[in-house]
Every structure is written in structure tokens, then in C-alpha cells.
Design a protein around this ligand. Structure first.
Ligand code: NAD
Length: 277
């Protein structure tokens, strides 16, 4: 389902909100952190392109709810983040409907938990494609127009696992370390063009992605589901609670704003102190 499906909402008078008139693409925004980021950017007035895996009716409903709640135009594009051609087509479609992309949030991600010597090769390839290569293809597609216009904000949703490793997550940790590296290079190349590129590195946030790991972690560690939450997810997170979607979204909005114009190339932990160990 590649086509933009619906738009909803009316733009408010220009200039009343900080991101008014900005076009924001948030990949993987039909769920979890991405949806939270899309909401937070819409609240600041940005025009939103939702993306992710969703049934048409669900996508249409999300466009409608977001557009009506924040009075911004919202589109859905179902481009598959594992497919470079599909990614490039999405940027073209967005250009035709909304204009050039001002804010790109590379958020789509998947996970698989297994020891390296049992890790399915197909899962490795899919995680690298969706969690890392998609950010390269999208960044490459939007940068020329950002450079020409002298403005851009790219936020890559990495992870605490972009800074440290954990057992049984070889592909995810490799992809997230990779995206932190990509962030630095894009920041350096784009700095003179009014474009910033940063990574946010959340600790554990309770979303479908984390929920789906509980059984795999329980099996890999030989412990119960409750123990996974206490001994695996929150053991190293000093706050002893999950990071909230709103905390990650608020950090992303900050990085997209005027006050963050000189912040570029950083990998910012939003992890309750996990990586301070
Ligand atoms: P989620 O499962 O709730 O959302 C993932 C999103 O990605 C969904 O919208 C899904 O449709 C989309 N997606 C998956 N495959 C896709 C594909 N091929 N093409 C397009 N979209 C696709 O997960 P989440 O926890 O909200 O994760 C979002 C991001 O945050 C990921 O990059 C993840 O690695 C990162 N992250 C999550 C946590 C956490 O604890 N939840 C911690 C650190 C980083």
C-alpha cells in the first residue's frame, strides 16, 4: 500500500506555532514511539506524513484523528522501509502533495532476540535494512532539497543499544551503532547548510516492539516474563521505570526547534541513566 491515502485537518494561520508550515516525515509512525513523535510534531504545527504497516482503514483513521486533534494536514504513506525504491517513491509522492521535506524522523524499527549462533539470516538482513539502511536511503533522498533551501532537521531514533551492547541482540545493536555513525557523518556533511542531524537513544519504552520481546528474552535467559521486565529491561535503567513515549517525543521536538540549531551529530540518551553506568 504505497499511496498517500487521506488528508485531514486545516492549517492554522501561519506563524502561530513553532513548526507551522514545516513538512515532517516520521517513519514507523503507526505505532509506539513514532506515533508519539508524529503527535508531538503536529502539536507544534508541522504537516505530518505518517508511515508504517497498517490496514487502509486504520491508516485513514489515524490521519483523521491526528489532523482533527492538531488542525494540521496529515498524509499516510505505506512505503516499505526495507525497500529502497519504495522509500524513494515516498519522497517523490510527499514532494508532490506537501512539498519538500523539512523534518525527517527515521524511526521505523524491528527487533529479533536470539543468540548469534542461532540468529536467522533473514532477520539479520531485515533488521539492517529497516533499522539502518532505510535511514541512509531517506536521508540521501531528502538532503539535496534541504541543502538547496538551507534548512533541515534529521532525527534518527537510535537506542541505548546504539551506545552499548546487550546479549542476544546482534543485528539490532549493530544497526543502532551504525545509525549513530551515520548521524555523525550526515551532521558533518550538512552542517554548513542549516541542517542538523542527531540521534536520540531511548532506553526501554513500553511499546509493541518491547512487548514482543518478552517471550524471546524469557526463553533466551530461561526466566519468567515478570523476571524479564525486572531483570532484563529495568535492571540497568536506574530510574526503575520505562521511559515514556512522550519523553522521547519531546526530545525529538526540541531537536527540531530553533533552540537546537547548534546541536548536531550527537547521540542523546533518553534512557533514565542506563548509559551513565
Ligand atoms: P513499534 O513496534 O511500536 O513501532 C514500529 C513502527 O515501525 C510501526 O509503525 C511499524 O509499522 C513500523 N515498521 C516496521 N517495519 C516497517 C517497514 N518495513 N516499513 C515501514 N514501517 C515499518 O516499535 P517502537 O518501540 O515504537 O520502536 C520505534 C523505534 O524506536 C525503533 O527504531 C526502535 O528500535 C526504537 N527504540 C525503541 C525502544 C523501546 O524500548 N520501545 C527503545 C529504544 C529504541
Amino acid at each position: 500500500m504505497d499511496n498517500i491515502m487521506a488528508s485531514a485537518g486545516l492549517a492554522r494561520a501561519s506563524g502561530s506555532r513553532p513548526l507551522e508550515g514545516r513538512v515532517a516525515v516520521v517513519t514507523g509512525s503507526t505505532s509506539g514511539i513514532g506515533l508519539g513523535i508524529a503527535r508531538a510534531l503536529a502539536a507544534e504545527g508541522a504537516m505530518i506524513v505518517l508511515n508504517g504497516i497498517a490496514e487502509p482503514i486504520e491508516a485513514e483513521n489515524q490521519c483523521h484523528v491526528l489532523g482533527a486533534s492538531y488542525e494540521v494536514p496529515v498524509l499516510f504513506d505505506g512505503a516499505d522501509m526495507s525497500n529502497p525504491a519504495s522509500i524513494r517513491d515516498m519522497v517523490e509522492r510527499v514532494g508532490r502533495s506537501f512539498g519538500a521535506v523539512d523534518i525527517l524522523v527515521n524511526n521505523a524499527g524491528i527487533q529479533h532476540v536470539a543468540p548469534v549462533d542461532e540468529f536467522p539470516e533473514g532477520k539479520w538482513d531485515a533488521i539492517l535494512a529497516i533499522n539502518l539502511s532505510a535511514a541512509f536511503h531517506l536521508t540521501k533522498a531528502v538532503l539535496p532539497e534541504m541543502k538547496r533551501r538551507g534548512f533541515g532537521r534529521i532525527v534518527n531514533v537510535a537506542s541505548a543499544h546504539g551506545l552499548i551492547g546487550s546479549p542476544f541482540k546482534s543485528a539490532y545493536v549493530a544497526a543502532k551503532h551504525g545509525i549513530v555513525g551515520l548521524t555523525k557523518v550526515v551532521a558533518l556533511e550538512a552542517a554548513e547548510f542549516g541542517i542538523t542531524c542527531n540521534a536520540v537513544c531511548p532506553g526501554y519504552v513500553w511499546t509493541p516492539l518491547v512487548e514482543s520481546q518478552v517471550d524471546g528474552q524469557a526463553k533466551a535467559h530461561g526466566i519468567s516474563r515478570d523476571e524479564v521486565i525486572r531483570k532484563v529491561f529495568l535492571a540497568e535503567q536506574p530510574t526503575k521505570r520505562f521511559v515514556t513515549i512522550e519523553e522521547v517525543a519531546g526530545t525529538t521536538v526540541f531537536l527540531c526547534g530553533e533552540a537546537a540549531s547548534s546541536i548536531t551529530g550527537v547521540a542523546l540518551p533518553v534512557d533514565g541513566g542506563w548509559t551513565a553506568h
